[in-house]
Design a protein around this ligand. Structure first.
Ligand code: FAD
Ligand code: NAI
Length: 478
């Protein structure tokens, strides 16, 4: 550890560690302070690598393979014996992937000359040219004040608690997403509060492995942020898979009794009770700023507890930036990473910018649900004269050949200029498919551009072509 750095990054999640690496590449002296201890070891990678994006996708993959092997092979003429899932082994595989990736990040920091300081970082004073950061070591709780020309705050987020369902991951009955990634066996009955991204992903994992899953959603509308055509289709498909999603239903109490949890909920003034083996509480996340800011840090927070920043992630103090889940915008790893790069490049005097209009959302259910840009409803609200096109995967040869003929792809465009404003998909690989929409939007493409390109046959991407053709009534296979 040095006394003085060009840059100190507080938080070693995807936003923070990528910023630190970029700064190392640019020749700055950099420290990245991270206090996380995962399964007894100090760990980089933040929520995403340890208890978020990566472990959840590992379990989604295992559970998908299990379900597909058990139920989907017969039509291919493949017979299997009894198919069983060893939950402990599945969790062990997940831990292996987490360890490999977080260890990889430690190597990358080292390789780029970044000092990883294992402990808490507190911005004591962010005013003036020499910012003061207090480092409290995990090892012995010793405190050292280091100075830095620049600071990036990247402390991330934690789950929101609701008093009606107190989480206790150690007890393992009412849990948050972290607890739900570590069940040692498949619950017979699983309750989920919140039909958002975590509820749908982790609900899917345990349903595929045999749990009966009930999802309580307080809002009357399912997946309100998605395009209505897509959320309607998603609701139908997920219901068919066995997710019992109850919208407009408020959980008023959850109590552990005899090793199970009794959930009381209310819909239309009527109250009912159900018993589950486990309950996942996933009603959103909040910015995390515990021990991050000293009393004289000088940093302005919003009324929601986020660090206030402008479009370039600059806080109210020169040379202090904040990124990722700690600031406005979607709580997504790729958004945090790009903000980290932008902040560092701005510190380096470059004109980097994040295009917030083309941040992709993906929900990793099967089929995946993904979108970029404006929904049809948002485009209309913004005053566009909207035209749309969509194409059903049931008419896509590759999708059928792969037993993936579910879902659709939709494009949203400005009817006056033909400019593409959004792409929405629910289909196998939707998360990858909508990257085509992102690239097209970045290059200000029109629907006609998409119509004039040659898409390979047979691919799922052909449905993007057909959706664009359908916007002008020209789809061939519809
Ligand atoms: P974080 O990843 O939260 O990292 C911040 C780090 O800072 C933490 O490790 C914390 O320990 C550390 N820290 C905090 N305060 C201090 C301090 N004072 N001193 C030192 N260290 C500190 N996003 C996606 O894009 N795709 C997905 O598939 C996806 N799946 C998810 C699944 C789950 C179950 C969850 C919970 C989240 C998922 N997310 C996903 C969201 C994603 O994890 C976050 O958006 C992302 O991790 C935010 O990155 P960050 O760097 O801002 O913060
Ligand atoms: P979320 O915001 O996606 O969904 C929370 C849901 O809970 C909403 O539908 C909300 O209406 C509902 N809700 C809120 N309070 C409620 C209550 N008291 N009772 C019943 N329902 C209630 O939040 P979630 O799923 O917790 O995920 C947090 C964040 O993590 C996401 O917003 C996303 O940013 C990130 N994430 C991203 C993933 C991805 O990119 N694939 C995967 C998982 C998480």
């Amino acid at each position: 550890m040095k006394d003085n750095y060009d840059l100190v990054v507080i938080g070693g999640g995807p936003g923070g560690y990528e910023a630190a690496i970029r700064a190392g590449q640019l020749g700055m002296s950099v420290a990245c302070i991270e206090k996380r201890v995962y399964k007894g070891e100090p760990a980089l990678g933040g929520t995403c690598l340890n208890v978020g994006c990566i472990p959840s996708k590992a379990l989604l993959d295992s559970s998908h393979r299990y379900e597909a092997t058990k139920h989907d092979l017969e039509e291919h003429g493949i017979t299997t014996g009894d198919v069983e899932i060893d939950v402990a082994k599945m969790i062990e595989r997940k831990e292996g992937i987490v360890k490999q990736l977080t260890g990889g990040v430690a190597m990358l920091l080292k390789g780029n000359g970044v000092d990883w300081l294992q402990g808490w970082g507190t911005l004591v004073d962010g005013k003036g040219d020499e910012k003061k950061v207090k480092f409290t070591a995990l090892e012995d709780e010793s405190e050292t004040v280091i100075t830095a020309k620049n600071v990036i705050l990247a402390a991330g987020s934690v789950p929101i608690d609701i008093p009606v369902a107190p989480v206790n991951n150690e007890e393992g009955i009412i849990v948050d997403s972290t607890g739900a990634l570590d069940f040692t066996e498949t619950p017979k009955r699983l309750g989920v509060i919140g039909a958002g991204v975590i509820g749908l992903e982790l609900g899917s994992v345990w349903r595929r492995l045999g749990a009966e899953v009930v999802v309580y959603e307080a809002l009357p509308e399912f997946l309100a942020a998605a395009d209505k055509d897509i959320s309607k289709e998603a609701g139908k498909l997920l219901k068919k898979q066995g997710l019992d999603i109850r919208v407009d239903t408020k959980v008023t109490n959850a109590e552990v009794k005899d090793g199970q949890v009794v959930v009381t909920s209310e819909k239309g003034g009527e109250s009912s009770e159900e018993t589950f083996d486990k309950l996942i509480v996933c009603v959103g996340r909040r910015a995390y700023s515990e021990k991050l800011l000293g009393e004289d840090s000088g940093i302005t927070l919003t009324d929601r507890g986020l660090v206030e920043v402008d479009d370039q992630c600059k806080t109210n103090l020169d040379g202090v930036y904040a990124i990722g889940d700690l600031v406005r915008g979607p709580m997504l790893a790729h958004k945090a990473m790009e903000e980290g790069m932008m902040a560092v490049e701005r510190i380096h005097g470059e004109k980097a910018q994040v295009n917030y209009d083309t941040i992709i959302n993906v929900i990793y259910t099967h089929p995946e649900i993904a979108w970029v840009g404006l929904t049809e409803q948002a485009a209309k609200e913004q005053g566009y004269d909207v035209k749309t096109g969509s194409f059903n995967l049931a008419a896509n040869g590759r999708a059928l050949a792969q037993s993936e003929g579910q879902g659709s792809i939709k494009v949203v465009a400005d009817a006056k200029t033909d400019r593409l404003l959004g792409m929405h998909a629910i289909c196998a690989g939707a998360g990858d498919i909508v990257h085509q929409g992102m690239i097209a939007m970045e290059f200000v493409s029109s629907i006609e551009d998409l119509q004039l390109m040659t898409f390979a046959h047979p691919t799922i991407s052909e449905a993007v072509h057909e959706a664009a053709l359908s916007a002008d009534g020209r789809a061939i296979h519809a």
